[in-house]
Design a protein around this ligand. Structure first.
Ligand code: GCU
Length: 441
C-alpha cells in the first residue's frame, strides 16, 4: 500500500503537474505586437472617430507654429469649478470635498484623461542586489541598487522589473526624508555622452544630501516603455495579458505613477528612510508623471513638478504652446487613456469636465511646487502661464482644507518664486531643466 502511495507521489503527480502547467502556457495568447500607429488607429475606431485634428508645431518659425500670443490664449476662459458638485451644489466643508467632490474629479481623470488603475495588478517583490559605501560630491553615502520583480505567474510571457537606486547620507543615525526622482536610463540613449550634460545637471543630488535627506532614482521606462508600441508590454501589457488597452485603461503616466507608489511601499520598509516623508519629483513628461503620482497617492508628502506642460500642470483649455492635439497624436497618446483622444477629435477642450487645476487640487492639502523655466530659454511649449493659472485655480481647495494658496492671481516676474503657500510656483531664468529650482524647492 505504502509503495503505491510513493509511486503516485514520485511518478504520477509530477507528470500531472507538468501536463497542467504546459496546458496553461499553451492556452496563453502571445502578446500582440502593434506599432503606435496601429494601436492609435485601433483606439480611434473604438471611439468612432475618423481622424484627429493635427497639433501645432513646436518650431516657432514653422507656418503652423504653436500660438504664443497671450491675447489668443484663452478661448475658453471659464474653468470648471473644483468646488461645485456635479449636481450643482457648492462644496462648503472639507468633508464634502473628501467624500463627494474629490471622488467626482478623480473619476473624470480616471475615465477621460489618465485611465484607471487596474484591480488586478500583480505584486512586487523587492530585492536589494547591491549595497555600497561611496561618495556623492564628497558626501559619504550608502547606495543601494534595488530591483522590484513583478509577479508574472498569471502571464509568464511578459517579465517586468522595476529599477531603483536609493542614496542616503551615511552619517545620519535616524531615518531620513527621501525624494523620488523619475530618472532617465542614459545607458539606453544611443551615443550618450555624459560630458555633454550641463554642469549643474547632478548638483541637486549633493544639495539634497547636504540637507541630510536622501534620494531615490526610479527608472520609469524599466517597467513601462515610453511609446505606444509598448502598451501591450511592460506592466500595462502584463496586466492585460499582452492584449491592447480598453478605452479607460491606464496610460503610461499612470503606470509610471504606480511604479512610484510601489517604490514608496519599498521605502517604507527601508530602515534608512522615513517613510512618512517621501516626495516625488520629475521634469517634463516625468513632471507630468510626478503630478499624477502626488495627485493619486496621498501617502506622498510633497511634489516638485518641473516643466510638466500639457497633460501635466498646464491648463488643457489654453491655446498656448503644446496643445491637446499634440498629446493625442501617435507620439504621445500612450501617456493617456484612450478616451482622451476624443477631445482632439469629435470634442474640444471646452468639453472637458475637468482641467489641470483640479489635478493640482487633488494634491491638497500637501505642498506642491509648480516649476518651469524662462520662455526665452525654454520656449513656449510648456505654457508657463497656463501652469500658473492652474496653480491659482487649485487655490480654493487648499483654502477649504485650511492651507495657503499661492497668495496672488498675478503671475510673478521670472526669478521671483512664490513660496509662502502650500502651493508654490517659480519660473527660473534657465531652460528645460529643474536644476535652478532645486534650491527654491
Ligand atoms: C515633448 C512633449 C512634451 C513633453 C516633453 C518632454 O516636448 O511634447 O509634452 O513634456 O517632450 O518630456 O521632454
Amino acid at each position: 500500500m505504502k509503495n503505491i502511495y510513493y509511486f503516485l507521489i514520485i511518478y504520477i503527480l509530477p507528470l500531472q503537474l507538468f501536463a497542467q502547467s504546459k496546458s496553461i502556457s499553451d492556452t496563453l495568447k502571445q502578446p500582440i505586437n502593434l506599432t503606435a500607429q496601429e494601436d492609435h488607429a485601433r483606439l480611434l475606431k473604438l471611439l468612432n472617430i475618423d481622424s484627429l485634428r493635427p497639433g501645432p508645431s513646436g518650431n516657432p518659425n514653422a507656418p503652423n507654429a504653436a500660438n504664443s500670443d497671450e491675447a489668443k490664449a484663452n478661448p475658453y476662459p471659464n474653468l470648471p469649478d473644483p468646488l461645485k458638485l456635479n449636481n450643482g451644489h457648492i462644496v462648503i466643508t472639507p468633508e464634502m470635498w473628501w467624500k463627494q467632490r474629490r471622488p467626482e474629479i478623480k473619476e473624470y481623470f480616471d475615465r477621460e484623461i489618465y485611465g484607471r488603475l487596474p484591480q488586478n495588478i500583480p505584486g512586487v517583490k523587492w530585492d536589494v542586489i547591491k549595497v555600497e559605501n561611496n561618495k556623492v560630491a564628497d558626501i559619504p553615502v550608502i547606495t543601494k541598487k534595488i530591483i522590484g520583480h513583478i509577479d508574472d505567474t498569471k502571464y509568464p510571457l511578459i517579465n517586468v522589473d522595476i529599477e531603483l537606486t536609493l542614496v542616503t547620507p551615511k552619517d545620519r543615525k535616524s531615518p531620513v526624508p527621501v525624494i523620488i526622482h523619475f530618472g532617465y536610463d542614459f545607458s539606453k540613449f544611443p551615443n550618450f555622452d555624459s560630458t555633454k550634460l550641463p554642469p549643474d545637471f547632478d548638483k541637486w543630488k549633493s544639495e539634497i544630501l547636504s540637507h541630510g535627506y536622501g534620494y531615490a532614482i526610479l527608472i520609469p521606462t524599466s517597467f513601462q516603455d515610453d511609446n505606444g508600441a509598448g502598451l501591450t508590454k511592460g506592466i500595462i501589457g502584463l496586466v492585460n495579458k499582452g492584449q491592447p488597452r480598453k478605452l479607460d485603461d491606464w496610460g503610461t503616466l499612470r503606470a509610471w505613477a504606480w511604479g512610484a507608489s510601489k517604490t514608496l511601499d519599498y521605502l517604507k520598509t527601508d530602515k534608512n528612510v522615513d517613510g512618512n516623508k517621501v516626495g516625488i519629483e520629475g521634469l517634463s513628461r516625468y513632471g507630468k508623471a510626478a503630478l499624477v503620482t502626488l495627485a493619486y497617492d496621498q501617502r506622498f508628502a510633497i511634489g516638485f513638478i518641473g516643466s510638466s506642460g500639457e497633460g501635466g500642470a498646464s491648463l488643457l483649455r489654453r491655446n498656448f504652446g503644446e496643445l491637446i492635439e499634440n498629446v493625442a497624436s501617435t507620439g504621445e497618446y500612450h501617456w493617456m487613456a484612450g478616451n482622451f483622444l476624443k477631445y482632439a477629435g469629435t470634442l474640444t477642450t471646452k468639453d472637458l469636465p475637468i482641467d489641470a487645476h483640479e489635478l493640482i487640487a487633488m494634491c491638497a492639502p500637501r505642498p506642491v511646487f509648480i516649476s518651469c523655466g524662462s520662455p526665452e530659454v525654454e520656449g513656449n511649449w510648456v505654457d508657463a502661464k497656463g501652469q500658473f493659472m492652474a496653480a491659482v485655480g487649485a487655490g480654493p481647495v487648499y483654502k477649504l482644507l485650511g492651507k495657503k494658496d499661492l497668495g496672488t492671481n498675478e503671475m510673478p516676474p521670472i526669478g521671483t518664486p512664490l513660496v509662502y503657500g502650500d502651493i508654490a510656483f517659480s519660473q527660473h531664468s534657465g531652460g528645460h531643466t529643474n536644476a535652478p529650482n532645486w534650491q527654491t524647492f
